[in-house]
Design a protein around this ligand. Structure first.
Ligand code: DON
Length: 575
């Protein structure tokens, strides 16, 4: 997955196109031009911020016709499956964290699952060595997709408009086509060899695209029409499911009809904790996001990080040391809560975290080899996309959804017109062996049939004095958690606007490898040199991904400010 730090001022013709298509005389939606200002788009009523203007606009149209944030979530998600096949999907999964206007919160887990035929050592050869790429590229990497189940679940419990009205804009967009941007050209180009390898044939996206071309998705449009007409079961047992299985099985995959039929999205209690006067609500297991974020923020809370200047040596050091310790716990303790016991409340307890920070030293980096998981007293029985929505009624939705890597496993169901995930790589395929994000895991995240692989996705909401303050999240694998929490701190400790916050350079540490990743050219050279002197190994290489945050800030007068990440084509639309 590629992010270009200084990328993409959206071409004006694209904006003009949307005003023509959607500007129908009533309240005209406003679109951020993503040109890196320090104040983002500000609107009065409702907003959608997502990876693509087409998807944000479709979400807003649903809100303008009276739909709620959950209706807009369904429409935006499906639009991303068309406009942003890099990560938007019907062949992947995700998480939603929400807060209704009455203050009630909840979370939906539509994460992929391991197929019933999955085995603990399925990615190892006879010598116990990991077979390169098997969990990443091709049919064996695919987990049972959850997106369609998730969207129908949201609709049934929280939606207000008929499903066919929510899916129709994505169908129309797939037929009309999507204009290729500069980042699309790069991401399509980067994957052409892998598309060929995973499918054995040339798939329609495997072309020499130019900026301004139009990509049409005829097969995907037909699949979405069948889902519109026959509902959830079309994907899990109907023609679409059958075609997907036949193709996967031909390519050596292990998914069965039973896997599809048995898939269920699950409502979960989100992780909720206080940081100073703020309440943070984020995703619980099988995402590590909420727990890790709570560990990191509660670890730094006693140090009052706001006293240091933003991205100063002290700020970076303190956050890095808290991150190092939290990711060490992640690797050992965290896994699918339906399969393993996880001592969540102990792990986020202030006393435990204070103990974890005891050996932190202002003069010297702790080495990761000196840090293991902490010991808690409990008995043991044994490339992504984020969007944020606020509607005019006061409901808020925070969703992160993924195929895992860019275009997932690269397996493209030809008759269905969509890609399938490579989420199996998020399991710990062998204890101690890093996955594609360099994360290692242990028993808690070992492969088991029907189990969900551990995630870092962190759709998050922040409230202050009982009122909604922020809605945010990010892609970026292991860097999601640290990207999200740096944006929370930017706003609440350093008083930044939402867009200013999203624009800031970010850093990341995840225990192992023992490297402090920093976005290139974003940090003061003296700060970097001081950190190096204290023993921090710094990686400023160009290709690193440290999130792509799409967020909404509720201003004191109730207006909404969008933060659309300039690292991509991301766009805030509102009215
Ligand atoms: O669930 C996870 O943590 C990963 N599968 C997310 C992948 C991701 O963010 C890719 N984007 N950079």
């Amino acid at each position: 997955m590629q992010h270009t730090i200084n990328s993409s001022i959206r071409p004006l013709y694209l904006i003009a196109f949307f005003i023509l298509i959607f500007g129908n005389g009533n309240l005209l939606a406003q679109i951020s031009n993503n040109s890196n200002p320090s104040l983002g788009l500000v609107v009065e009523h409702a907003m959608v911020v997502s990876a693509r203007v087409e998807a944000s606009q479709i979400g807003i149209e649903i809100l303008k016709k009276g739909g709620n944030a959950f209706d807009a979530m369904i429409a935006t998600d499906l639009a991303l499956a068309v406009a942003y096949p890099f990560a938007g999907n019907i062949g992947g999964g995700g998480f939603m964290v929400y807060r209704k206007a009455d203050g009630t919160t909840g979370a939906l887990d539509y994460r992929e699952k391991a197929p019933q035929l999955a085995e603990r050592n399925m990615y190892l050869d006879a010598n116990g060595t990991v077979i390169p790429d098997l969990s990443i590229l091709g049919a064996k990497a695919v987990g049972v997709p959850g997106t369609i189940a998730g969207l129908f679940e949201v609709h049934q419990k929280l939606g207000s408009l008929p499903f066919n009205e929510l899916i129709q804009p994505a169908i129309d967009l797939a037929k009309k086509g999507v204009i290729v941007t500069e980042s699309d050209v790069k991401s399509f180009e980067n994957q052409r060899k892998k598309f060929k390898k995973a499918n054995g044939t040339i798939i329609p996206l495997d072309r020499n695209w130019k900026i301004g071309d139009t990509v049409k998705y005829a097969e995907l449009a037909q699949t979405l029409e069948r889902i519109r007409d026959f509902g959830r079961s079309e994907f899990y047992e109907g023609e679409t499911g059958q075609k997907m299985l036949a193709y996967l099985q031909k390519k050596g995959g292990i998914l069965t009809l039973e896997d599809l039929k048995n898939y269920k999205a699950v409502w979960r209690q989100p992780i909720q904790f206080n940081y100073k006067d703020y309440t943070i609500t984020s995703m619980t297991l099988p995402s590590s996001g909420g727990i890790c974020m709570a560990q990191i923020l509660k670890s730094i809370e006693p140090f009052d990080i706001g006293q240091y200047s933003h991205n100063s040596k002290e700020y970076i050091q303190l956050l890095t040391e808290a991150e190092r310790r939290a990711y060490a716990d992640r690797a050992y303790y965290l896994g699918d809560i339906d399969f393993v016991k996880v001592p969540i409340s102990q792990l986020i307890h202030p006393e435990y975290l204070a103990k974890r920070m005891q050996d932190f030293n202002w003069n010297q980096a702790t080495t990761s080899s000196a840090v293991s998981h902490g010991s808690v007293d409990w008995s043991e029985s044994d490339e992504t996309t984020h969007y944020s929505i606020v509607d005019a009624y006061g409901n808020a939705v925070s969703v992160t959804t993924t195929l895992n890597g860019a275009f997932g496993s690269k397996v493209y169901v030809p008759e269905g017109g969509f890609f399938l995930n490579n989420e199996m790589d998020d399991f710990s395929v062998k204890p101690g062996t890093p996955n594609m994000f360099g994360l290692i895991g242990a028993e808690a995240n070992a492969i088991q049939p029907g189990k969900r692989m551990l995630s870092s996705m962190s759709p998050t909401l922040v409230t202050y004095q009982g009122k909604l303050k922020m809605v945010l999240g990010s892609p970026g694998g292991s860097t999601i958690i640290t990207s999200v929490l740096q944006n929370i701190l930017n706003v609440i400790e350093f008083n930044m606007s939402m867009q200013e916050s999203v624009n800031q350079p970010r850093f990341h540490h995840q225990w192992l490898p023992d490297v402090l990743k920093m976005e290139p050219n974003g940090f003061d050279l003296k700060t970097i040199s001081k950190l190096k002197t204290m023993g921090y190994q710094i990686d400023e290489s160009k290709s690193i991904i440290i999130g792509k945050v799409d967020a909404i800030l509720i201003l004191p007068n109730g207006h909404l400010e969008g933060g659309a990440d300039p690292r991509g084509d991301d766009s805030a639309v509102g009215y």
